[in-house]
Design a protein around this ligand. Structure first.
Ligand code: GDP
Length: 444
């Protein structure tokens, strides 16, 4: 559903990626386009404004000064902004109470409330092994209670027997009693919807919430309705204490605005998304994954976070062992450099590694792009085995030979040696900080 937004943002970042250094005006120009892209995706205006402001501030302050691959860094900043906009963390259902835990479902008619009730019940049953009772309190829509009963049979979950003429609050009380007596872990209350938000609906909802005191009040909204969905959510959240939102029809071609604005406008997390009519078409909502999907740049974005995982584990362990003995020779440096190359680009990571900033400053122009990594690799490649283990052997004559062999200059060789020294020092510091584990924990 985020295809169009994703395309547009991709275009913006493509332009940035070619830049060696990022100027403030480049960031501002990019952010103007990001702004348009978000508005076109139907994201609420105040949300867009705040987002663009925050991201610009961060990107201008950071990328210009420090970044080696500024485009990537901006992508990362935008990604973090999107993740925050989407709610940062996965919000799970909070059912940690003495059973029965009560989940009350609210929303407008046709939003997918009844279907979602059954979807969540199935999930609780299958994934969490919960014994679930569902009860429909919808006495307005003809056959609403029957619909839930049919779904209950389909997923093999119990539904509260229908008693003609009973009103929602009474049904809620009966459901509560039944779930206690019959030992259900979870009671799901599917409340009535209306075509529009009206006072009668809100009053009924509040009365039910008063007798049921639910742990979760989930609002179901149709993502296809875009900004309307957000307004509906805002209305509801002002009237009852919602614990979260379920966005349905995310399998449709909604532009994404509802998903992107929901958190900021209502302050409530999206807990699930409906992705189809089938009863198992329900997914947890993972803000970072969604942000990554929107940017279509999962790789770039996770570069920094995933660094620790990408680094070859065996090699890291071997290195850790050697470090513990206080060893860090040219072979180690080379394997470090190669891992960096593998991770691609690497500006951001280099900034995070202890000692790397200094080492970087020691290199040509302070910039460390892939070319420099390759050049350093070539220099080490031209050293003899002894020289790699004992770099101290490299006198002026040997340096000249290595420079010739690698197509570089003695100056470059010296810079590499300086970098090796800085890194050795850093490694010693790391050792003091608790070894490689300490380093890894810095990557988050
Ligand atoms: P309610 O009036 O809010 O209880 O809505 P229903 O649960 O009866 O759903 C209305 C229609 O939307 C039904 O045809 C559902 O199959 C459909 N529906 C619900 N959730 C989704 C979803 O995530 N994706 C799609 N494509 N259809 C859905």
């Amino acid at each position: 559903m985020f295809d169009k937004l994703s395309d547009r943002l991709g275009g913006v970042f493509d332009k940035l990626r070619g830049r060696g250094a990022l100027k403030e005006e480049d960031v501002r120009a990019a952010m103007r386009e990001v702004r348009i892209a978000l508005l076109e995706a139907d994201v609420a205006l105040p949300v867009v404004r705040e987002f663009v402001e925050k991201v610009t501030e961060k990107a201008v302050g950071q990328a210009v000064l420090k970044s080696v691959t500024p485009g990537q860094q901006v992508v990362k900043i935008v990604n973090d902004g999107l993740t925050e906009m989407l709610g940062s963390e996965v919000s799970e259902l909070d059912l940690a109470v003495a059973p029965p835990a009560i989940i009350m479902m609210v929303g407008l008619q046709g939003s997918g409330k009844t279907t979602t009730t059954a979807k969540i019940a199935k999930r609780l049953k299958d994934k969490d092994n919960k014994k679930v009772l569902m009860a429909s309190l919808d006495v307005n829509r003809p056959a609403a209670q029957e619909q839930l009963a049919v779904l209950g049979e389909q997923i093999d979950a119990a539904t509260l027997p229908i008693v003609e003429g009973q009103q929602p609050v009474e049904i809620a009380k009966r459901a509560l009693q039944a779930s206690k007596l019959q030992g259900f872990d979870v009671l799901m209350l599917d409340t009535a919807g209306r075509l529009h938000v009206d006072q009668q609906l809100m009053d009924e909802m509040k009365a039910v919430a008063d007798v049921a005191t639910p742990q979760e009040i989930l609002l179901v909204v149709d993502s296809l309705t875009g900004q309307d969905a957000v307004n509906v959510a805002k209305n509801f959240s002002e009237q009852v204490d919602l614990s979260g939102v379920v966005l349905t029809r995310m399998d449709g071609d909604a532009r994404g605005g509802a998903a992107l604005s929901m958190r900021s406008v209502t302050g409530k997390p999206i807990k699930f998304v409906g992705v189809g009519e089938k009863i198992d078409a329900l997914e947890e909502f993972h803000p970072e994954r969604v942000a990554g999907r929107i940017l279509g740049m999962g790789d770039v974005v996770s570069l920094v976070e995933k660094a620790a995982q990408v680094v070859d584990k065996e090699e890291s362990e071997a290195l850790a062992e050697r470090m513990a003995k206080g060893q860090f020779d040219m072979n180690d440096l080379r394997s470090q450099l190669r891992q960096m190359t593998k991770m691609g680009g690497l500006g951001a990571l280099a900034n995070m590694m202890p000692g790397m900033k200094k080492a970087k400053a020691a290199m040509a122009g302070g910039a460390m792009d892939d070319k420099i990594l390759l050049r350093m690799d070539a220099i080490i490649g031209s050293m003899t085995r002894e020289e790699r283990v004992r770099p101290g052997l490299l006198n002026a004559k040997r340096k000249r030979r290595v420079a010739m062999g690698s197509g570089t200059t003695v100056q470059d060789v010296n810079k590499l040696l300086k970098m090796h020294q800085e890194m050795s020092k850093a490694m010693k510091r790391i050792k003091k900080m608790g070894g490689i584990k300490g380093l890894m924990s810095m990557f988050g």
